[in-house]
Structures are given as C-alpha cells and as structure tokens.
Design a protein around this ligand. Structure first.
Ligand code: SAM
Ligand code: ZN
Length: 278
C-alpha cells in the first residue's frame, strides 16, 4: 500500500511515459492513460522507464556507509545551513537525495519534500526519512517525473545535475541550491589515502553548466573540523566517489597508518541560483 508519505507529493509528480498527472490507485500510482507504477512496500515508487539504470547508482555498501556517517551528525552544520535556505518553501525537492538526510532536516513545518535518486537502496531509506517526504526512483539525467513550476527550493548535494530540468520544475522565484566539495574537503585524507581530489576547476565548470539557465545569487561555505576514528574514516571514504576507485585492502592498510582519531576538514561550497527568465 502507498505510505502516507507519497500522498503528500503525488499531485506534484507526473507520469514518466506521457507526462500526465498521477493519482493513487490501490498499491500503485497511475496516470490518466493507464500507465501504472507499483508502490514498493517500503513506501517509495520507481518512476524509471526502461531497465537501463546508469552505473552511477550508489551500491548498498555505499548507502549504508553514508547513512551511518550522516546519522553520527558529522555534517549537521551543512544540514542546518540548508534548512535556513529552505525556511520559506512549501515544496522542496532533492535531486540525488541519497538517504534523504538533508531533505528531511531542511524541510520546514508543513512543507512537502520530493526525494529523487537513481539508487533504490538509497531511496528506500529516503522513504523513511521524514513523514512528508515522498521518495521516487528517478534518473536526474532524464526528464524528471515532476510537474513544471512546482518546486520552491531544489537541493542538489554532491549529486548529478540537469540544468534544463531543474529550471523547468522550479517556480518563478524558486531557488536551486547546489552543494559541492570545496578544495580542502577531506584534507588530509585525500593525500594520505589516495582519494580522488576535488577538481580545482569545479567552480568554473559549475558556472558553465548552470550559467545558461540560471543566474547565481549566492556563494557560501561551510567548513567543519572533525575528529574521526578509523571506522568513521572508512565510512566517509566508502560513501564517496573514491569508493568506486580504491582497492579495499590497500585502503585498510592506509587507514591503519593514520592517527586515531584523525583531524579531518569537511569543506562545502554552497551556491544558490535562480532560473533566468526565458
Ligand atoms: C555522493 S551521493 C550524495 C547523496 C546525498 N545528496 C547526500 O549528500 O547524502 C550521490 C547520489 O547521487 C545518486 N545518483 C547518481 N547518479 C544519479 C542519476 N543519474 N540520477 C539520480 N541520482 C543519481 C546516487 O545514487 C547517490 O545517492
Ligand atoms: Zn502516462
């Protein structure tokens, strides 16, 4: 059966096949033309069409590492900052929401939240993250199953971006909030563990990618000093992009060689954007 969560956002969702509105129909959601999508028993719905999920979906191990790490509160200052940016929103969506951690914490009283992610493992958790979050499996690189001009704040935290679709779903005056790792993010783990480092050109590339559709309205930073024990170090590596590239045995050896705990900098860049009038 559809959980109460999806009920809060069903009016904001559209059929991925024909782009018509969706309504509940027993244990499924369905459009006027009869395209039907089962609601999983965990309360989320997959609005992916076809079978080809991209290889970028987070794996169960990555999702579990992120859930543990975030639950420990290490990145709470970032969540608090995002909550301030969402304070006046009635509808907040999160593209690449992962476990729904930031969306759940940023959602103001009475607002509805849409968590979008390609990873079922992540979205299962997002479905439980908050009573007013509706969790949807969707591919950010394809047309989003979200109505035109329906979203007040669109969050995008360490996740892929689709500028044309982000501009389409935002209301006039709505805000896109993008969080990217700053140059010092996870120092000194990057050097000591051989992790992927932040692309120095990231800021320019972000401007290039979004600048055609959006005007930047803000640039801000959140930096936190963390004293991480070795299990937390392993979690922070396991939840990030280096998890795809690092041999677990080598990594474990390098972690053992670190002080325990080790002082780590988490450094985030937050940019805000408004759609350009077209
Ligand atoms: C580094 S995680 C960040 C998750 C979450 N925003 C957070 O910070 O906790 C990147 C997320 O993007 C999702 N993702 C990757 N490719 C995607 C795509 N094409 N469409 C939607 N989500 C995608 C992954 O499954 C993963 O949950
Ligand atoms: Zn349809």
């Amino acid at each position: 059966m559809m959980g109460p969560m999806l009920a809060d956002v069903i009016d904001l969702l559209i059929c991925p096949v024909c782009r018509e509105g969706l309504a509940r129909a027993g244990g499924a959601v369905r459009c006027g033309r009869g395209h039907s999508f089962d609601v999983a028993r965990q309360g989320y719905v997959s609005l992916l069409t076809g079978s080809a999920a991209p290889g970028t979906a987070d794996t169960p191990a990555m999702v579990a590492a992120r859930a543990d790490f975030l639950a420990a509160g290490h990145y709470a200052p970032l969540a608090d900052r995002l909550a301030r940016l969402c304070a006046d929103a009635a509808v907040v969506a999160d593209a690449g929401a992962g476990t729904g951690y930031y969306l759940a914490r940023a959602l103001p009283e009475g607002a509805a939240g849409i968590a979008l992610d390609i990873s079922r493992h992540a979205i299962k958790r997002a479905a439980r993250a908050h009573p007013r979050v509706g969790a949807v499996v969707a591919d950010v690189w394809r047309p989003l199953p979200v109505r035109d001009v329906s979203v007040d704040v669109l969050l995008n935290v360490f996740a892929p971006r689709n500028p044309a679709e982000f501009a389409r779903v935002l209301r006039p005056g709505g805000t896109l909030v993008v969080v990217t790792p700053a140059a010092r993010h996870l120092r000194p783990l990057v050097e000591r563990l051989g992790l992927l480092s932040v692309d120095e050109d990231k800021e320019r590339r972000l401007e290039e990618a979004l600048g055609g559709r959006f005007a930047r309205t803000g640039l801000d930073a959140v930096e936190v000093a963390l004293d991480l024990g070795h299990p937390a170090v392993e979690a922070v590596v396991g939840m990030g992009p280096s998890a795809w590239h690092t041999d677990p045995g080598t990594l474990a050896d390098r972690v053992r060689a670190l002080p325990d705990p080790v002082r780590v900098t988490a450094s985030f860049q937050i940019t805000t954007w408004v759609p350009r009038a077209c």
